[in-house]
Structure formats: structure tokens, C-alpha cells
Design a protein around this ligand. Structure first.
Ligand code: DQA
Length: 147
């Protein structure tokens, strides 16, 4: 199984960015942890990060050709991007939405996700561990829908 992990804007700054909210682990550390679990699960990972909305749309559009499912932290685009929502509506590739912080316990403008109702499910508020759980949940979902 192939899984794309898509990371949105400012996640490249993890580790130094608002550590009280997002912790001190860097994106590379998070990637390593996810890749380790993926090896155990027999899953191939395509790991991407972009700060650009159009590039994120391109990545979503490429999913049908490159992945069986995706783990998606669209970061701030989660709350703003109708274009990314439309891309997911177009491709219909299963994805799990993940956030390091609990977006529902934060400022009003972060409490709404434009992607959540399209996702298989959401993991939010558990920091980096959430990515591993999102991967596990996605793999189980894809395996079940294939059998
Ligand atoms: C985030 C939450 C978003 O509201 C924020 O814009 C981010 C990170 C998270 O992982 O908690 O950049 O997606």
C-alpha cells in the first residue's frame, strides 16, 4: 500500500515554531517516526510539505496516480482553502485529517475544517503521535474497503 503524507504551510518550522503549542520535535523527526511505523505496516510513504496552496492542490490532484490514501495536515489551509476541498472532492482518495493541536479547543477561526466532512476521520490534539495513529487508521480503512 502507498500512503502520501501531505503537510501544509509552516509545518517546515516545527521544532522552533510556537513550541508550547506544537512541541519541540522537528518535521524530520516526525517523518522518521512515521516512516518507522510504515515499515512495520508494510506501507510505502511519500512525504511532502509545501507552503503553497497551488502546490498543495497539485499534490492532491496527483493522489489517484501515486497513493491508495493520504494522511493530511493541511495546517492553516484546513480552515481557509476551498480550492483544496475541491481537489479532494475531485479525486475521492481516502484520507485521514491530522492536527498536532486540538483545533476545536483553539481560536474560533480554527474550529472549522473545510476538509473534515470529506475525511475518513480526524486525529487532533495528540502531537506527533497523532500522525502514527492517523496512518494506522488509514491503513485499516483502506484494507477493509479492499476486502
Ligand atoms: C495545525 C493547526 C492549524 O490551525 C495551524 O494553522 C497549523 C497547524 C496543527 O497541526 O495543529 O499550522 O494544523
Amino acid at each position: 500500500m502507498r500512503v502520501a503524507v501531505l503537510n501544509g504551510p509552516n509545518l517546515n518550522l516545527l521544532g522552533s515554531r510556537e513550541p508550547e503549542l506544537y512541541g519541540t520535535e522537528r518535521l524530520e523527526d516526525l517523518e522518521r517516526t512515521v516512516r518507522e511505523r510504515a515499515v512495520e505496516l508494510g506501507v510505502e510513504i511519500e512525504w511532502r510539505q509545501t507552503n503553497h496552496e497551488g502546490e498543495f492542490v497539485d499534490l492532491v490532484q496527483s493522489l489517484p496516480a501515486t497513493a491508495d490514501g493520504a494522511v493530511v495536515n493541511a495546517a492553516a489551509f484546513t480552515h481557509t482553502s476551498l480550492a483544496i476541498r475541491d481537489a479532494f472532492l475531485a479525486v475521492r482518495v481516502p484520507f485521514v485529517e491530522v492536527h498536532l493541536s486540538n483545533i476545536f479547543a483553539r481560536e474560533e477561526q480554527r474550529r472549522h475544517s473545510l476538509l473534515a466532512d470529506l475525511a475518513v476521520g480526524i486525529v487532533a490534539g495528540f502531537g506527533p503521535r497523532g500522525y502514527v495513529w492517523a496512518l494506522e487508521a488509514l491503513v485499516q480503512h483502506v484494507e477493509r474497503s479492499e476486502s
